[in-house]
Design a protein around this ligand. Structure first.
Ligand SMILES: Nc1ncnc2c1ncn2[C@@H]1O[C@H](COP(=O)(O)OP(=O)(O)O)[C@@H](O)[C@H]1O
Ligand SMILES: O=C(O)C1=C[C@@H](OP(=O)(O)O)[C@@H](O)[C@H](O)C1
Ligand SMILES: [Mg+2]
Length: 168
């Protein structure tokens, strides 16, 4: 089985995905890490040199590659991945998907604490700008995220909640 995690930047896809894969004994794949390895450039540089449009194509290609190469994996997508092309339908055709729905204030707190430089869409934004950017972006993206097979509300989602929903 393939398990996909979707949701906004900072909702914990990479963190939870790694823990979940360990518990299931599955491979962990992070789409951003996959692209960084393949391109030999950090995400910030890919955006700066190749542009966001190209990044979205790379993300789509990365999704296609991981479903071809893996049968048992937890896949942390990038926050934008489900919202371009027909990626959300593609995800749902290939596995179970979880939308981790964390409030904007908590997302902002985490993203500020982690440092915004590696997320080019957030770099250089003050706290108030960051919050309004996240709120607007989520308003647009929610329609895609909500197509996930499960929604996990709140900031305290753990591995056990996911396993219960998967009946594991
Ligand atoms: N459940 C959580 N509670 C508190 N902080 C968290 C939680 N999950 C992730 N974080 C922190 O939030 C930041 C973003 O997490 P990350 O897993 O990279 O999110 P995403 O991949 O969804 O952007 C990291 O600093 C991480 O340590
Ligand atoms: O929301 C987005 O458009 C993005 C989210 C990032 O991944 P995370 O959600 O893991 O931060 C990364 O793919 C890129 O910076 C763009
Ligand atoms: Mg991530």
């Amino acid at each position: 089985m393939l398990v996909f995690l979707v949701g906004m930047m900072g909702c914990g896809k990479t963190t939870l995905g790694r823990q979940l894969a360990q518990r299931l004994g599955y491979t962990f794949l992070d789409l951003d890490e996959h692209i960084v390895r393949q391109q030999g450039q950090p995400i910030s540089q890919i955006f700066a040199q190749q542009g966001q449009e190209r990044f979205r194509e790379l993300e789509r290609e990365a999704l296609q590659e991981v479903v071809q190469l893996h049968q048992e994996a937890v896949i942390a997508t990038g926050g934008g991945a489900p919202c371009f092309f027909d990626n959300m339908a593609f995800i749902n055709r290939h596995g179970a998907s979880f939308f981790i729905d964390v409030p904007v204030d908590e997302l902002a707190r985490r993203l500020i604490a982690q440092g915004q430089e590696e997320r080019p869409l957030l770099a250089g934004k003050r706290a108030d700008e960051l919050k309004s950017y996240l709120a607007e972006t989520l308003t647009h993206r929610r329609q895609f995220y909500e197509r996930a097979s499960h929604t996990l509300p709140g900031a305290t989602v753990g591995v056990d909640a996911v396993l219960r929903l998967l009946n594991l």
